[in-house]
Ligand binder design. Structure first.
Ligand code: ATP
Ligand code: MN
Length: 435
C-alpha cells in the first residue's frame, strides 16, 4: 500500500499554526484527506491534522494524476506555498508543489468518520480508532486530557503526591463479591476494585497521596454509568477529616471546570456545549434530610434503608447540580468508615452527587485496628484475611480521610454526554471486550 517508505517530505508545520500572514512561505503539512473535489484542471483537498483543517490546491498534470482516485482519509504529506484563498471557509490555502501519498484508506470504511452519516455507538466503538477522526469524538478526548492535567495540577499544588498501587492483588481487598479473578501462575489473583487499603497505608509514609488509575468491577450492570473497567481518581490524606476532604473535592471539581472552560474553547464549540464553573459551595444534605425530602414525595424510607436508583432520581430532580449527600448510616458503609462520635449509628461519610448520578464516595477512616477488626466481623468478613493490612495500623497510622471519584462519570457531566462509553476510548462492559 505504501508508495514510498523513504519519506522525502518532512512535516514542518501543524495546520493550526498556519495563517495568511505567512503568505509566500513554503511549508510541509501532513494529515488525512477529509474531502477531495476534482474540478478538471484543479483539485481541492481538505486536509486535516490534529490541530485543524487546511485547503490544498492541486494543479499541474503530474500532481493531478497523483491525487486522482485518492480515497478520503488517506494520509498525505504536501509541500506547498501559502497563498490567499477565495474560498468562503478559508483565509489561506496551500498551493501544492510536491505530494507524497503515505497510506491509502481502503473504502468502504466501517463508519463515516466525518459524522455526516450518523453511526450508532456500537459501530463507532467497533471502529474507535477511526471514530477519533470525527472532531466531536476527538474533542471529548482533548477535554479528557485537560481534565487529567488540571486534576494533577490542583492536587499537586495542594501537596498530594501521585502514586501507583498494584492492580493485581492476592486477596479480595474489600471482601466484595464483584472481583475479577485471574490465574497468576499457580496462584489465584484478583484485579483491584479500588486502591482503598493501599492508599490508607500510604498515609503513614507519604501523608497525602493521589492515584489516577483503572479499576475493575465484575458487575453485570447494563447502565450508562457502569463499566467493568473504569478510571478512578483517589485521594487519601493524613490528619484531614471528612469535611476537609469534601472541601478538596469541591475545589478540585471547580478548578477542573474552570480549566476546561478556558482551555477547551474550540472543543466546546465542536461539541455545541458551554462548560461553566459550577457554583460553590455545593449544597450539603444529610442522609436523614434526604429521606425526609423523599417522604414529602410519598417515598417512605426508614433510617438504614439504602437509597435505590429511583430514590436518587427523585432527589436528583430536587437537586439537579452538584451536592454532597453525607452522614450515611454506618450499616450502609464499608468496614473502614469512621462513625460520628456523638452518634455511632451515623458515619463520617459522603457521596458527591450530580443530580441522580453518584460521582464520588468518601469519608473519614477508622484508624484504631481494634475497631476495624470488630467492624470486619460485624460485616461477616474475616479479620485474619486482612492481617497484612491491619498490622500497618500498629506502625504509627495517622487519622486520615479520602475519596474516590469516577473520572468517566465526571467526563460525562462535563461533556453533557450521558453514556460513559462515549468518554472512554475502549470501554469494557459485560458485553464488550473488543476492540
Ligand atoms: P455505584 O453505586 O454507582 O455502582 P459505587 O458506590 O459502587 O457506585 P464506589 O465504590 O463508591 O462506587 O466508587 C467510587 C466512584 O467510582 C463512584 O462514585 C463512581 O463515580 C466510580 N465508579 C464506581 N464503579 C464504577 C463503574 N462500574 N463504572 C464507572 N464508574 C464507577
Ligand atoms: Mn459509592
Amino acid at each position: 500500500m505504501r508508495e514510498s517508505d523513504n519519506l522525502e517530505l518532512k512535516k514542518t508545520h501543524y495546520i493550526g499554526t498556519l495563517a495568511l500572514s505567512m503568505k509566500g512561505q513554503q511549508v510541509v503539512v501532513g494529515g488525512w484527506v477529509e474531502d477531495l473535489r476534482e474540478l478538471g484542471k484543479l483539485t481541492f483537498i481538505t486536509l486535516r491534522d490534529i490541530t485543524g483543517v487546511a485547503q490544498i490546491v492541486v494543479v499541474g498534470a503530474d500532481n493531478l494524476k497523483q491525487v486522482a482516485n485518492l480515497n478520503r482519509q488517506s494520509v498525505v504529506c504536501i509541500s506547498g506555498i501559502i497563498q490567499e484563498s477565495k474560498a468562503r471557509d478559508f483565509a489561506y490555502e496551500i498551493k501544492a508543489e510536491k505530494i507524497e501519498i503515505l497510506s491509502r484508506a481502503v473504502h468502504p470504511l466501517p463508519i463515516d468518520p466525518i459524522g455526516r452519516l450518523e453511526s450508532n455507538i456500537d459501530n463507532r466503538l467497533n471502529a474507535r480508532a477511526l471514530d477519533l477522526r470525527n472532531q466531536k469524538t476527538a474533542s471529548i478526548f482533548k477535554i479528557r486530557h485537560h481534565v487529567l492535567l488540571s486534576i494533577r495540577k490542583t492536587l499537586s499544588e495542594l501537596g498530594f503526591l501521585e502514586v501507583n498501587t498494584p492492580k493485581i492483588i492476592g486477596s479480595a481487598s474489600e471482601g466484595g463479591a464483584n472481583l475479577f479473578s485471574l490465574k497468576y501462575f499457580e496462584k489465584q489473583a484478583y484485579l483491584a476494585q479500588s486502591p482503598q487499603l493501599y492508599k490508607e497505608q500510604l498515609t503513614l509514609g507519604l501523608e497525602k497521596i493521589f492515584e489516577i488509575a483503572s479499576f475493575y468491577r465484575a458487575e453485570k450492570s447494563h447502565t450508562v454509568r457502569h463499566l467493568t473497567e473504569f478510571t478512578s481518581v483517589d485521594i487519601e490524606a493524613a490528619f484531614l477529616d471528612y469535611a476537609d476532604v469534601m472541601e478538596i473535592l469541591e475545589k478540585l471539581i471547580s478548578s477542573v471546570f474552570e480549566h476546561v472552560e478556558k482551555n477547551c474553547i474550540q472543543e466546546q464549540k465542536t461539541l455545541g456545549i458551554e462548560i461553566r464553573k459550577p457554583k460553590t459551595p455545593f449544597e450539603r444534605i444529610s442522609y436523614k434530610q434526604a429521606i425526609e425530602e423523599l417522604s414529602k414525595r410519598d417515598i417512605s424510607l426508614t433510617f438504614g434503608d439504602d437509597l435505590m436508583d429511583s430514590h436518587l432520581r427523585t432527589l436528583g430532580e430536587v437537586h439537579p447540580g452538584f451536592y454532597f449527600l453525607m452522614d450515611w448510616p454506618m450499616k450502609l458503609k464499608p468496614f473502614y468508615i469512621h462513625e460520628k462520635e456523638d452518634n455511632p449509628d451515623v458515619s463520617k461519610s459522603f457521596d458527591l452527587q450530580y443530580g441522580y448520578l453518584e460521582l464520588s464516595s468518601g469519608g473519614q477512616r477508622l484508624y484504631d485496628p481494634a475497631k476495624i477488626r470488630s467492624r470486619l466481623i460485624e460485616q461477616g468478613l474475616n479479620p485474619s484475611q486482612f492481617e497484612d493490612h491491619l498490622k500497618t495500623f500498629d506502625w504509627g497510622m495517622p487519622p486520615h480521610s479520602g475519596w474516590g471519584l469516577g473520572l468517566d462519570r465526571l467526563m460525562s457531566i462535563i461533556t453533557k454526554i450521558d453514556n460513559v462509553r462515549e468518554v472512554v476510548l475502549y470501554p469494557r462492559d459485560p458485553e464488550r471486550l473488543f476492540p
